[in-house]
Design a protein around this ligand. Structure first.
Ligand SMILES: Cc1cc2nc3c(=O)[nH]c(=O)nc-3n(C[C@H](O)[C@H](O)[C@H](O)COP(=O)(O)OP(=O)(O)OC[C@H]3O[C@@H](n4cnc5c(N)ncnc54)[C@H](O)[C@@H]3O)c2cc1C
Ligand SMILES: Cc1cc2nc3c(=O)[nH]c(=O)nc-3n(C[C@H](O)[C@H](O)[C@H](O)COP(=O)(O)O)c2cc1C
Length: 1020
């Protein structure tokens, strides 16, 4: 049996993100499933462990015992037209011819088995298995010996395995073996092997460490076996070791002291006491019992499923108090109202939530102490474990700051948390406009008594409206800012229908974004807001806090030593929290920049707001509410979005043409510049003809060349291409002519000079490594080398600057003659003009260094000189690195200043990339990670943009275009492996009017089936 150590196979989410395919949303999982029809994928945990694993593995099935999996199932079912119970699956023998093209779903939860495969079993076997699972889940029976006791199951097991092997081509469905009681034999290799850590007993030869999965234990574990992955949301050892049954498990702690009596602490107390009543849990809360500042808390349906599983009684009490809604209404300041449905949420009052948790914790015997302010850690009673769950201003975090290394970002927007007795019928966002900026409210009903009403605005609006009048007033705990309350009441009077706003400790706040490098130290661990915050606009703070408690309780109870449990808690929760914090940050940043969207048409404003975290997408909104999306499509088709011709809603947004100056692109897809390192003496050759030509035939609207160098010294490597001579221009003309003759694509040239990143090896021989021999002199704004072992560039003189400017001009003149439709200047990635822009490389003391204005002086000179000779009818774009990703480097604000300058100099479009300017960079990779920079530039500066970087799906592209985050979508790596990306997208969308090459028409229905790569890790 192949056993892969966890450490080698468990990349952090960040790594997956580098490939741009981190799975952060169910919709993405669906998209992946759609691309890989053989994959069985349904799991309540899609946003946790699954997202860590599935992007990098050939096929997987994620199994869920949780009711939450039902949501996944029905979404899958809706998407693929797969029925989960009515439609029998094809008989296993013989296999149905097309069955490999179906997505098969497997879902098991502890109440019901709804696996389609089970439907093939006779009903008495099915009910026997269902009963077994329930009994196992309830901890009533041992797993071992189960198989013998349930004689007769083998036959069906064989059927199931046959089905797995032959029909859906999975090695086996592990869970079947487990349910059917056999972990050995022919299918040994499919069974799970775990390390000592997870199964301390490891007693039985050949069977040691195998685990079965079922509900009600409280830990999460992910393990690889063979080429598949099972996401284990729960596990229990089958062989009687200590970790076998956490319900009866032994804890590594007997005395637990919690600081703070919020949701995190109370829930932890409940779970610990519930599973091991003899643990002594003390909670110290500074407020009196029943004191709850704020109004309601919101949970998604998925979160509630987690709660149901963790502790049913508190879940039941909570759901009785909930208000549910599916719709979000957005009221635009123009008076227009928009409703988008299908957003399953529920809310309860925070007071009620705390009451329920308090009652349940008390009932289970937790020792709750109120009106007790814990001033320092030394004042706490002795304990095995101290839990810091004391909220965003955590004393525990402060006390251990040296070990936990917190970073706290104070965000700029002002917000205040009010309530109102008006019971809004659904979630509302209400935007009001004022002469000094927008003011908006996030509103949700939480009970029959009222709604939460959070008012937010930018600081300049806050001052402009005079809210700063109370800035210096001190409000004691419990007292609200009445001035703010009255003014907000006036602003939103029309929507309050005569109801007042109500304060409850309501005063202006600025959101603190809290992160910590470590989450525990010695025997102290932190939970909830004390260790991480997520902006209220994605309503997840309480969810995260309570899910922390679920994870921690499970790990404390599974028998491992405390230090391991705390390490495992951090390891398990951090990726989940990071992912949510990223989404929360994107959402928060949308609201921080909301004023820049003021001029968008109301339809686009609302769509942009609904998709602000980039997790809810174009396709996802359609799944939730088709009629809302019909109206969005209709609006987009009729709007002025750069199309030279009338478009209608039957044309997918990515296929709307786009006009800049006299150039019309047939669609919105751009092949990103990609250095091929394949030129000899800078000459374009057969490779370049085929490379660029096939991507044009593949249907992209614009095909960009790689960086074409303006001089031999301006090359990155000896194999870089150029346009410094007429001979080169003639070769380029052959390529542009091919593209113009054989496709509708336009072809652009990216012109640049390598600067201090020149004279290096080919990418595959050592990216940015200096050459072993034959180095040439390199130049830059200052004599600062790119990396420690790089050459020091010579500081450019004015003469050098004139020469390089003129080389750019020469390149532009030749490019025009060579038939290029579009020219892009390379101001990005640390090459020559980019290095003038960043203070990390430019430390000149003349007028070309220093302030942003000075640093961009030379790049703008080059731009002007090129614009002068480049024909009026042809566009120029400029690629920029919108941030260095380095503290103190070029950042998003600088990018706005640069884009404004470029716009005023006649630049048509900014190609927004980031980074590669410094080896110190710490980019935050992930899906669409550069798109927020494009969004900001486009909407703040009012210039067209293209976005690049981990854009990979049709849904991404539609989302970007319709929300107005960019005008064009640029893809690099996806085009390396699929020159026909656009054509394939047209086929996927059933879009018949794409310009399919006539030579290829007969192949449209015969595409290569999606295959599971054999070993994707090999290609890392
Ligand atoms: C405006 C706003 C809206 C929100 N909306 C939502 C929402 O819709 N959905 C959602 O899920 N979350 C929401 N949240 C977030 C939510 O309030 C928190 O994320 C959640 O309460 C965190 O739980 P916790 O137990 O970690 O901390 P808290 O709820 O902050 O609890 C910490 C407790 O510790 C006590 N304490 C602090 N210091 C001490 C001390 N030294 N000694 C003793 N006791 C101490 C405090 O009194 C407090 O009771 C919102 C937050 C804000 C600000
Ligand atoms: C092989 C390769 C060569 C590249 N060469 C260039 C280049 O010449 N000019 C440029 O601006 N970007 C270049 N890039 C960066 C890409 O254009 C693009 O910005 C980046 O790969 C992110 O997009 P993606 O996630 O779609 O791959 C290159 C990328 C790759 C993978």
């Amino acid at each position: 049996m192949q056993t892969l150590p966890m450490t080698e196979r468990s990349p952090p989410l960040r790594d997956a993100g580098e490939f741009g395919i981190a799975i952060e949303r169910l919709e993405e999982l669906i998209e992946l499933a759609r691309k890989r029809p053989r994959m069985v994928a349904t799991s309540a945990d899609w946003n946790t462990q699954a997202c860590r694993w599935c992007p990098r593995l050939p096929s997987f099935h994620a199994l869920s015992f949780r009711p939450a999996g039902r949501e996944a199932l029905s979404l899958f079912a809706g998407r693929f037209g797969t029925s989960r119970s009515e439609e029998p699956l094809p008989s296993p023998d013989p296999p149905a011819a097309d069955s490999r093209d179906q997505t098969h779903l497997l879902l098991i939860d502890r109440h019901r088995i709804v696996d389609e495969l089970f439907l093939q079993l006779d009903s008495s076997t099915r009910s026997r298995i269902t009963r077994l699972v329930e009994e196992m889940a309830a901890g009533m029976i041992e797993f071992s010996g189960l198989f013998e006791e349930q004689g007769g199951v083998l036959h069906e097991k064989q059927q199931v395995l046959d089905y797995c092997h032959r029909v859906i081509d999975l090695p086996a469905l592990f869970v079947m073996e487990l349910l059917l009681g056999d972990l050995s034999g022919d299918h040994e290799r499919d069974a799970l092997e775990v390390s000592e850590t997870h199964c301390p007993c490891a007693q039985l030869p050949g069977k040691a460490g195998k685990v079965v999965e079922f509900g009600n234990c409280n830990s999460i574990s992910t393990r690889a076996f063979g080429s598949q992955i099972v996401v284990f949301t729960r596990y229990v050892c089958v062989h009687g070791c200590r970790c076998r049954n956490s319900q009866r498990g032994e804890s590594c702690v007997m005395k637990v002291v919690c600081v703070g009596g919020g949701p995190a602490s109370l829930y932890l107390a409940i779970l610990l006491k519930k599973h091991q009543p003899d643990i002594d849990v003390k909670v110290f809360e500074r407020n009196e019992p029943g004191a709850a500042f704020g109004f309601g808390v919101v949970f998604s349906d998925e979160t509630l499923d987690h709660f149901e599983e963790a502790d049913e009684p508190s879940y039941r009490a909570l759901t009785e108090s909930f208000r549910h809604w599916g719709d979000i209404e957005v009221r635009h300041f123009s008076g227009r109202r928009f409703v988008s449905g299908g957003h399953g949420f529920a809310a309860a009052s925070r007071r009620r939530l705390l009451e329920i948790l308090t009652d349940r914790a008390t009932e289970l015997g937790a020792d709750l102490h109120y009106s007790t302010d814990v001033v320092d850690l030394s004042s706490l009673p002795e304990a095995d474990l101290v839990v810091g769950a004391d909220g965003a201003n955590s004393m525990v975090r402060r006390s251990l700051a040296d070990h936990l290394r917190p970073s706290i970002g104070q965000r700029v927007n002002k917000y205040v948390w009010f309530g109102t007795p008006k019971v809004f019928d659904k979630f509302h966002f209400i935007f009001e406009d004022t002469p000094v900026g927008m003011v908006w409210a996030h509103i949700y009903p939480y009970s029959e008594e009222g709604s939460t009403f959070i008012v937010e605005m930018a600081p300049k609006t806050w001052r402009g409206l005079g809210f700063d009048r109370t800035e210096d007033d001190l409000f004691p705990p419990g007292v609200s800012d009445d001035y703010a309350l009255k003014l907000c009441e006036e602003i939103f009077a029309e929507h309050l229908d005569g109801h007042p706003l109500v304060g409850n400790n309501s005063k202006w706040l600025q959101f603190p974004t809290i992160k910590c490098e470590k989450w525990h130290h010695d025997n102290v661990v932190l939970l909830g807001d004390a260790i991480h915050t997520a902006h209220f606009s994605i309503g997840s703070g309480t969810k995260l806090a309570m899910e922390d408690s679920i994870a921690l309780a499970g790990l404390l109870l599974d028998g491992r030593p405390l230090s391991e449990a705390l390490e495992a808690y951090e390891e398990e929760r951090r990726p989940v929290v990071d992912s949510l914090q990223r989404a929360a940050l994107t959402s928060l940043e949308w609201f921080e920049g909301a004023d820049r969207y003021r001029d968008l048409e109301p339809e686009q404003f609302v769509f942009s707001m609904l998709t602000r975290s980039q997790r809810v997408t174009y396709d996802n909104l359609r799944l939730r509410d088709p009629s809302y999306m019909e109206s969005v499509d209709a609006w987009y088709a009729g709007s002025d979005h750069g199309s030279p011709v009338e478009t209608d809603a039957s044309i997918p947004p990515m296929f709307h043409p786009y006009q800049v100056r006299d150039v019309v692109l047939p669609n919105r897809i751009v092949v990103s510049p990609m250095d091929q390192y394949s030129a000899v003496d800078g000459m374009p050759g057969e490779w370049h003809l085929v490379h660029l030509g096939s991507r044009a035939v593949g249907g992209a609207g614009l095909v960009m060349t790689e960086m074409v160098c303006v001089s031999p010294e301006g090359r990155i490597s000896p194999a870089d291409i150029g346009i410094w001579s007429d001979e080169q221009a003639e070769e380029w003309a052959r390529i542009t002519e091919f593209i113009h003759t054989h496709s509708e694509s336009k072809v652009g040239i990216q012109v640049g000079h390598s600067g201090r990143k020149g004279s290096t090896k080919l990418m595959w021989e050592g990216d940015t490594d200096p050459l072993d021999e034959g180095n040439w002199e390199i130049i830059g704004p200052s004599p600062i080398k790119y990396r420690p072992d790089a050459q020091v560039p010579r500081e450019m003189t004015r003469e050098d600057m004139d020469q390089v400017r003129d080389q750019h001009v020469g390149a532009a003149i030749r490019a025009d003659r060579a038939g290029f439709d579009w020219l892009e200047l390379h101001f990005a990635h640390g090459y020559l003009l980019s290095s003038f822009l960043t203070p990390l490389a430019n430390q000149r003391s003349d007028e070309y260094g220093g302030s942003m204005q000075d640093r961009m002086r030379y790049p703008l000179e080059v731009f002007d000189a090129v614009r002068e000779v480049w024909p009026d009818g042809k566009p120029i774009s400029v690629r920029i690195s919108a941030t260095d990703w380095v503290e103190g480097g070029f950042d998003g604000d600088d990018a706005v200043v640069l884009a404004e300058a470029l716009k005023s100099h006649g630049c048509d479009l900014i190609d927004v990339s980031t980074g590669q300017t410094s080896v110190e960079a710490r980019p935050e990779y992930g899906r669409l990670y550069q798109t927020p920079f494009s969004d900001r530039i486009r909407n703040e500066v009012g210039i067209a943009t293209m976005t690049v970087g981990a854009v990979s799906s049709i849904d991404d592209i539609h989302n970007i275009l319709v929300s107005g985050r960019a005008d064009l979508c640029v893809m690099a790596r996806p085009h390396l492996v699929d020159p026909y990306w656009t054509m394939n997208a047209a086929i996927d969308l059933g879009y018949a009017d794409h310009d399919y090459p006539k030579q290829y028409l007969s192949g449209l229905a015969s595409r290569r089936r999606e295959q599971d790569p054999i070993a994707p890790d090999v290609f890392r």
